[in-house]
Design a protein around this ligand. Structure first.
Ligand code: NAD
Length: 253
């Protein structure tokens, strides 16, 4: 039955940035579809844990700072110690710095590129090594952005990192498809999370952006849950290297 292919029963997923926003929405979706979630968090994953366990799901928190690649191997090892295997990796954690490019600092460049691109690559690599060891393939979902497709303004390191995510997703799919590893990305549109507080609080930018979204609303964390479940499931076994926009029609405009 086709719906069985969407089930994540018996699967184990790592989700970075699981404590808030889109990472929380994705964690809840994967757990509801049956996956045990190893949620990587920086400060406190209590809310996500409570929401998942309340509805009978399994959640295990791993505290890590993804600004550097130092915690990468521990994240994989702790998940395998706890749940015995890994089937899904969602690279969701990310940061943004806003400043005119003419004044942009090296610090704001490095912090964003390290968190949003370098750590993502090394997490992909570590998860793929584990998938290959297990011999049954795996699913990687990277969180991209509208700025994987467009330029944006005042976010040079963010646009570079998210454009890099789309390219990296394609490259890894090409290298690892033979190992039954799918590497896809989700490009969220303008979503109501911490990441967009400044935009939503700016009456001019907020009105401009909302006026351009065909769905006529900001996205919610729950809007990315279904696409994430799909890409994490065997229903997406032949989808590889693709960046799926979840944007209320923004790119179609
Ligand atoms: P958010 O700020 O609520 O979430 C970001 C998450 O990343 C948080 O859980 C945070 O703890 C984690 N994180 C950041 N730096 C970290 C570090 N050094 N170590 C560990 N964890 C770290 O915002 P969000 O919108 O939910 O962002 C999630 C992802 O979605 C990001 O990659 C973001 O770039 C992307 N995105 C968001 C939007 C949007 O409109 N909100 C649009 C496109 C892409």
């Amino acid at each position: 039955m086709i719906l069985d292919k969407f089930s994540l029963e018996g699967k184990v997923a790592i989700v970075t940035g699981s404590n808030t926003g889109l990472g929380q929405g994705i964690s809840l979706g994967l757990a509801e579809a049956g996956a045990a979630v190893a949620g990587v968090y920086r400060n406190d994953a209590g809310e996500t844990e409570a929401m998942i366990t309340k509805s009978g799901g399994r959640f295990f928190g791993i505290k890590a700072d993804l600004k550097s690649i130092a915690p990468v191997n521990d994240i994989i090892d702790n998940t395998v110690d706890k749940y015995g295997r890994i089937d899904i990796l969602v690279n969701n954690a990310g940061i943004i710095r806003r400043e005119d490019s003419i004044n942009f600092t090296e610090k704001d460049w490095d912090e964003v590129m390290d968190t949003n691109l370098k750590t993502v690559f090394f997490l992909c690599q570590a998860a793929a090594r584990q998938f290959i060891k297990q011999g049954e393939g795996g699913k990687i979902i990277n969180i991209a952005s509208m700025l994987s497709f467009q330029g944006g303004i005042r976010v040079p390191s963010y646009t570079s990192s998210k454009s890099g995510i789309m390219g990296l997703t394609r490259l890894l799919a090409c290298e690892w498809a033979k190992d039954k590893i799918n590497v896809n990305a989700i490009a969220p549109g303008y979503m109501e999370t911490n990441n967009t507080i400044n935009l939503r609080n700016d009456p001019v930018r907020s009105k401009e952006l909302l006026g351009r979204i065909p769905a006529d609303r900001w996205g919610q964390p729950s809007d990315v849950a279904g696409p994430a479940v799909f890409l994490a499931s065997s229903a997406a076994d032949y989808v590889n290297g693709y960046t799926l926009a979840v944007d209320g029609g923004w790119l179609a405009r």
